[in-house]
Design a protein around this ligand. Structure first.
Ligand code: NAD
Ligand code: WQD
Length: 340
């Protein structure tokens, strides 16, 4: 019997790439997604790439316990990967209640449904944003959490909910993965990041400038204490993030309880490094202008990836050139995103 994995938020950016990775490795995949930030088309593309579709797609809100019960009743779920959440930092400052409700409430509803249905294995999407304005790089899992916005607080709260639940239910095995900056796309160009409206994040914004959908990139500050003055991040290819989830599933059985790992490369790139890499990948100039710092931005966030390397003998392998090349291929083939 193949292992059946429930992927919440499976039509989203990271979820859809993870569905491909799982289908290509003989898992059965069941998706729950309300499509509040994704298109059903993404899962059609997943089927095209993997050569077979996910077993089922349930359009439901994570907070809907009855809908979750119906999902667990309909499929022999062995493990859950919980991506479904809202993720825009700026929006979380505007509508914090919705963020706590969806991100934390969605997680508690899922946990109680898992408990009711005897499912004990969970991989949870956490975020480097929980480290806040870090005073050191690289960041290791034991470094203090200091969220600086409601979105990051929801992720930190969820980690605590999961840790408390694991203490109470010793049969549970939970892996919380703190992703740094996932970017890029599937190398086929069929699957990628398709944000609604004006992109908040730099990679889809750059891609839309390169394809002519936006005039120029605003570089948010060149007066940071970094070599070129722009912010430094640890960009990680979404295919590495997807692969990391498959590896996490394989390691859920190692031990029970809650474990936390960074998913990053350990390599920091500045905004101007990224612009130069994208120009090389696309062969197009990227016009930009330096504007003021974006409120809430931090100078530098880079992962210490050694814990996951030691635990799973695994590391991200794709470099910045591959991230830009694949993001560009998706943008060029889908200039208007999935809607086009
Ligand atoms: P995404 O918005 O592309 O995907 C999230 C998916 O969840 C979407 O398909 C959306 O429709 C769905 N969803 C949202 N709320 C839901 C709800 N209440 N019920 C059911 N489905 C719902 O985001 P992503 O970039 O793929 O991120 C996936 C996860 O990874 C999120 O939990 C996010 O917080 C976390 N994360 C993302 C990043 C990043 O930079 N992309 C970094 C760190 C952590
Ligand atoms: C990257 C760099 C900007 C846009 C966010 C979330 C974080 C996590 C990852 C979910 C920064 C600069 C950006 C632009 C720019 N997500 N920039 N012009 O802010 O590091 O992290 O995604 O968990 O929680 O906060 O990512 O892509 O927005 O910014 O100059 O138009 O690019 O200042 O230095 P960020 P980002």
């Amino acid at each position: 019997m193949p292992t059946t994995v429930l992927v919440t938020g499976g039509a989203g950016f990271i979820g859809s790439h993870t569905c491909v990775e799982l289908l290509e490795n003989d898992y059965e995949v069941v998706v729950v997604d309300d499509h509040s930030n994704s298109s059903p088309e993404a899962l059609e593309r997943v089927a095209k790439i993997a050569g077979r579709p996910v077993a089922a797609v349930h359009r439901a809100d994570m907070r809907d316990r009855r809908a979750l019960d119906a999902v667990f009743d309909s499929h022999p779920i062995d493990a859950v990967i919980h991506f479904a959440a809202k993720k825009a930092v700026g929006e979380s400052v505007e509508i914090p209640i919705a963020y706590y409700d969806i991100n934390v409430g969605g997680t508690t509803a899922l946990l109680s449904a898992m408990h009711a249905h005897g499912v004990h294995r969970l991989v949870f999407s956490s975020s480097c944003s929980i480290y806040g304005d870090a005073t050191k790089v690289p960041l290791a899992e034991g470094d203090p959490a200091a969220p600086t916005n409601p979105y990051a607080s929801t992720k930190w709260l969820c980690e605590q909910v999961l840790a408390d639940t694991c203490r109470r239910l010793p049969e549970l095995s939970v892996l919380a993965l703190r992703y740094f900056n996932p970017v890029g796309a599937h190398p086929s160009g069929l699957l990628g990041e398709d944000p609604r409206g004006v992109p908040n994040n730099i990679m889809p914004y750059l891609a839309q400038v390169a394809v002519g959908r936006r005039e120029r990139l605003s570089v948010f500050g060149d007066d940071y204490p970094t070599p070129d003055g722009t912010g430094i991040r640890d960009y990680i290819h979404v295919m590495d993030v997807a692969e990391g989830h498959r590896r996490a599933l394989e390691h859920l059985g190692d031990e029970n309880g809650m474990r936390v790992f960074n998913l990053g490369t350990g390599v920091g790139s500045s905004v101007l490094d990224l612009v130069a890499a994208f120009e090389r990948a696309s062969g197009r100039p990227i016009p930009y202008e330096v504007t003021g710092r974006r409120p809430g931005d931090v100078t530098e966030l880079v992962a210490d990836p050694t814990a996951v390397a030691e635990a799973w003998n695994w590391a991200a392998t794709r470099d910045l050139a591959a991230m830009c090349r694949d993001a560009w291929r998706f943008q060029e083939l889908n200039p208007a995103g999935y809607a086009g």
